[in-house]
Design a protein around this ligand. Structure first.
Ligand code: SF4
Ligand code: SF4
Length: 92
């Protein structure tokens, strides 16, 4: 996934960055349904297979579980977890 895509939607909190490639997202809503924190939401996008595309509703609610990234069938969403957070999780 390219960070310089014109269609790239991004949300960043203290801990996590959510990157969504709008060109890859087909609007299937799987990521919204698997997210345990209601971080993501769908917005209308007429040219999509399902007529919508995902956006970040509230980045501060993201807990970095990666479920959305793992379940997306089109590799359209990616979560960046900083090394310091990974290290803290590994030692806790
Ligand atoms: S799971 Fe992937 S393709 Fe489906 S709505 Fe989410 S980001 Fe888009
Ligand atoms: S990483 Fe987890 S909490 Fe964050 S948006 Fe994805 S599914 Fe939701």
């Amino acid at each position: 996934m390219s960070n310089d895509s014109k269609k790239f939607i991004k949300g960043t909190s203290h801990n996590f960055t959510i990157m969504i490639d709008e060109e890859y997202c087909k609007g299937c809503k799987i990521c919204v349904d698997v997210c345990p924190k209601d971080t993501l939401e769908m917005v209308p996008m007429g040219d999509r297979w399902q007529g919508s595309v995902v956006i970040v509703r509230d980045i501060e609610t993201c807990v970095g579980c990666l479920l959305c990234e793992l379940q997306c069938p089109d590799f359209a969403i990616e979560i960046d977890v900083p090394k310091k957070v990974k290290k803290a999780a590994a030692t806790s």
